[in-house]
Design a protein around this ligand. Structure first.
Ligand SMILES: [Zn+2]
Length: 138
């Protein structure tokens, strides 16, 4: 069994960071679309999502916008493979995040603004597991 890996490009990482910094101090959120090949989650498209909570400590995605992104993904033969959001401090999922992770069994990519670091997690049988992030050039 191979280890789950999130594959993103340097360019995608940079756009997540710049978009997140623009929206500070509020949390930013994105849905990440791509394909899963074996255990590799390969991100190809970033979909910016409004944080309708407008909050520094939480995020809520607009349900209509979520439906549109899922439709767009399926029309383009892509899957929603990860949820991205930012934290001012701490790169681990909050207790609220973990509750939503139970509903959305995807990779959760979190960017900690204070340290400028990314961490990714997945919930496996109710256990939080850190996922390896592989950043490719381009
Ligand atoms: Zn969070």
């Amino acid at each position: 069994m191979s280890e789950i890996t999130l594959l993103v490009t340097e360019k995608q990482i940079n756009s997540l960071i710049s978009s997140t910094r623009e929206y500070l101090p509020y949390e930013s959120c994105f849905l990440l679309l791509g394909n899963i090949v074996n255990s590799e989650y390969r991100v190809s498209i970033l979909k910016y999502m409004d944080n309708i909570a407008n909050s520094e400590y939480s995020f809520i995605m607009d349900p209509d916008q979520i439906i549109k992104v899922y439709q767009w993904a399926s029309n383009n033969e892509l899957e929603v493979i990860a949820v991205y959001h930012s934290h001012l401090d701490g790169a681990r999922p909050s207790s609220t995040d973990v509750i939503f992770m139970q509903i959305n069994e995807l990779i959760w990519l979190i960017y900690e603004v204070s340290s400028s670091q990314f961490k990714a997690f997945i919930l496996e049988n109710d256990t939080l597991k850190e996922v390896k992030i592989k950043i490719s050039k381009g």
